[in-house]
Design a protein around this ligand. Structure first.
Ligand SMILES: [Zn+2]
Length: 292
């Protein structure tokens, strides 16, 4: 089953909605970084919201999210664009705790509650849009709900979840939805939405059982209309060429000192965990190009 999201509206156009399945991508990231269960849940929840926020963009606009609540996972970074290309990592991927009192992965404990959620959107303007809110929950979904209300003045319900196989740490299911109330949504619709969400089983379990994003939308919206579907893929975008350009920007003196002291250079991509190695001659080539 491939990962994708859908854009929808419901309640006679009063509510805008997104629903996503990210199981495969979170499993890919887990394997790349050897993530443990609680960290996978925190990262997967963050990635799922970021993917849906990416789907709110147009053209070549991009979004990056950073969450740092002072907890043992460190910082979580997630990026997405309007084409459904995603990447994410956590600075400390090997974080796991006992299940919390609700029998769920203790994401709050991994993330912490003393810090901020940062959102940066590159909208092709001179300055990127930047917003940040204090972390109010550490469970990720509630933190984004708070962000949407405070920073974007859009009342939103965010439900995201990741179900992890306790035996081998693999991802059973990852996904979720965002509902956004458009101005003038009648009170009775808001009450209905709240009732539907309160009756909904855990979203991670639904996804693991095979519910599609379309079916998830149908569970939370009255009279839903699906407008479009977007395939989601892991795409780091890093390459030997881009890393070479970064090295070149360090300048000739620095590159020569790397040649002398290390005999080359090793550059590690935080997002995909790829290691780029440049030997003495590779660096010489970059230096020669600088001299041209
Ligand atoms: Zn990479």
């Amino acid at each position: 089953m491939s990962d994708y999201l859908v854009r929808a509206t419901g309640f006679n156009g009063n509510v805008r909605a997104f629903a996503a399945r990210t199981t495969g991508i979170v499993e890919d990231i887990r394997k790349r970084h050897g993530m443990l269960n609680t960290a996978s849940a925190a990262l997967g929840r963050t990635l799922t919201v970021t993917a849906m926020m990416g789907a709110m963009l147009k053209g070549d606009e991009r979004i990056s999210v950073k969450i740092n609540g002072g907890g043992p996972i460190g910082s979580i970074f997630a990026e997405a664009n309007a084409h459904g290309e995603l990447r994410a990592y956590a600075t400390n991927p090997q974080v796991h705790f006992e299940l919390n009192e609700l029998g769920k992965l203790d994401v709050r404990r991994a993330v912490g509650t003393d810090g901020f959620l940062y959102v940066t959107k590159d909208l092709g303007l001179r300055e990127p849009y930047q917003g940040s809110v204090p972390i109010v929950s550490g469970e990720i979904g509630e933190d984004f709900s708070y962000y949407f209300v405070v920073s974007e003045q859009t009342p939103s319900a965010v439900a995201v979840g990741v179900l992890v196989n306790p035996e081998d740490h693999s991802i059973f299911g990852s996904g979720g939805f965002i509902l956004q109330l458009l101005p003038g949504t009648p009170e009775e619709d808001i009450a209905k939405i709240e009732e539907k969400i309160s009756k909904l089983p855990q979203v991670s379990r639904l996804i693991a059982e095979g519910i599609t994003p379309e079916e998830l939308i149908a569970k939370v919206l009255d009279n839903p209309t699906i407008h479009s579907k977007l395939d989601l893929t892991f795409n780091c975008g890093c390459s030997a060429e881009k890393v070479g350009n970064t090295l070149a920007s360090l300048g000739k003196a620095e590159l020569m000192s790397m040649q002398r002291e290390e005999g080359g250079a090793e550059v590690h991509c935080h997002f995909c965990n790829e290691l780029y190695q440049f030997n003495y001659d590779d660096l010489q080539e970059i230096i020669n190009d600088l001299d041209k």
